[in-house]
Write a protein that binds this ligand. Structure first.
Ligand SMILES: NC(=O)c1ccc[n+]([C@@H]2O[C@H](COP(=O)([O-])OP(=O)(O)OC[C@H]3O[C@@H](n4cnc5c(N)ncnc54)[C@H](OP(=O)(O)O)[C@@H]3O)[C@@H](O)[C@H]2O)c1
Length: 323
């Protein structure tokens, strides 16, 4: 089958390790099933893998990709949950299983014609949702859903600041928080992206680092070092940062005086449970919202999709289709 793989790690030139070509079929395992992938989506995670973050070289070559929607062995249209974990080992939450992994970290991922996944990792795809939209949900959109509805502790109409508006997680945060009735503010380095954030549902958009009209209840962080100082300074006393990523660097000054003096909380968030994925699908249907797709490429043209992801110019999700 055709697949997109990480063949080699190169922190400076991640796309040089990208492989496109024939790959062996998934080997059936007890408790696992094979899904024919109709659409998949890229995440920054795929670039991290090619840079050698979160993966050891002995796993290579490995098929990239955590997101997929497709058809299971019984012909059902399904969305694939990307977290491979033991619910019991995580105390009822597979994301807290100390041994959990995402597809493409230990097991082959979704950027292929077929992917093998645990049987429990399938959620029905609603007929009224396209393959492309369904494929965007399992990673960026699920992460955004958990950040807002599970980890933030915020309730509408609290104000949520989303840093780095253009990213896959960030656009999901804007759409979901707006649909849920929060006041949503966003930052982006790019004026056009700020305009697009407003069109998506943000109530205001600012350049990164701008002093805001007032302090906010929650900041959603995916950018890390480049925006961390602004995130801390933008919070009300007692406010909370929910962080799921650190694209621009993971070790900014912590400004601990501000954290304790203003009684701030810093809360990590990673992916979500399969029940949260089902809830996200229902939320999208009930609120008539769909993932924002930046661009769509055929699976065999994945290199162009990776170049777009690496450029930082995308606004929303980059999707690969395999009709
Ligand atoms: N923990 C989890 O479960 C989980 C799940 C999904 C993603 N993540 C992580 O979250 C991060 C975002 O993922 P993604 O897939 O949404 O990535 P993405 O689509 O590539 O988003 C990148 C966005 O970050 C902003 N950005 C990047 N570098 C920046 C810089 N130097 N200064 C300011 N802003 C910068 C940009 O916003 P503007 O151009 O608008 O300024 C850009 O649109 C990644 O680090 C990823 O690994 C974690």
């Amino acid at each position: 089958m055709f697949a997109v793989t990480a063949d080699r790690i190169d922190p400076a030139d991640p796309l040089s390790g990208l492989g496109l070509g024939e790959h062996s079929e998934p080997v059936p395992k007890p408790g696992w099933t094979t899904v024919r992938v109709r659409a998949s989506a890229l995440n920054h995670h795929d670039l991290w893998t090619l840079r050698g973050v979160g993966i050891s070289p002995d796993r290579l070559p490995i098929i990239l990709g955590a997101d997929a929607a497709g058809v299971d062995e019984s012909g059902r249209e399904v969305i694939v949950h990307a977290v491979v974990g033991d619910v019991a080992a995580g105390g009822g939450d597979e994301t807290l299983d100390p041994r959990r992994s995402l597809l493409s970290e230990v097991y082959d991922g979704t950027l292929a014609e077929r992917v093998s996944v645990p049987v429990r990792n399938l959620v029905p795809k609603p007929a009224e949702m396209s393959w492309e939209h369904a494929a965007c949900l399992p990673t960026a959109w699920l992460t955004a859903y958990r950040m807002i509805f599970v980890r933030s502790g915020a309730t509408p109409p609290n104000t949520i600041l989303v840093q780095g508006a253009g990213g896959g997680v960030a656009t999901a945060l804007i759409v979901l928080a707006h649909a849920a009735g929060f006041r949503v503010w966003a930052t982006s380095r790019d004026g056009t992206k700020r305009e697009r954030a407003l069109a998506l549902g943000a109530d205001a958009a600012f350049e990164p680092g701008t002093r805001l009209p007032e302090r906010v209840d929650v900041v959603m962080e995916t950018v890390g070092a480049a925006t961390w100082d602004h995130s801390l300074k933008s919070l009300k006393p007692g406010g909370r940062i929910v962080i799921c990523g650190a694209t621009s660097g993971a070790n900014p000054p912590a400004d601990l005086n501000r954290v304790f003096f203003l009684q701030l909380s810093v809360v990590g968030s990673t992916m979500g449970t399969i029940d949260e994925l089902s809830a996200l699908v229902n939320f999208c249907l009930a609120n008539k919202v769909r993932p924002l797709v930046d661009s769509t490429f055929g699976l065999r043209n994945a290199r162009g999709a990776f170049e777009r992801l690496a450029s930082g110019e995308a606004f929303g999700k980059i999707v690969l289709t395999n009709p």
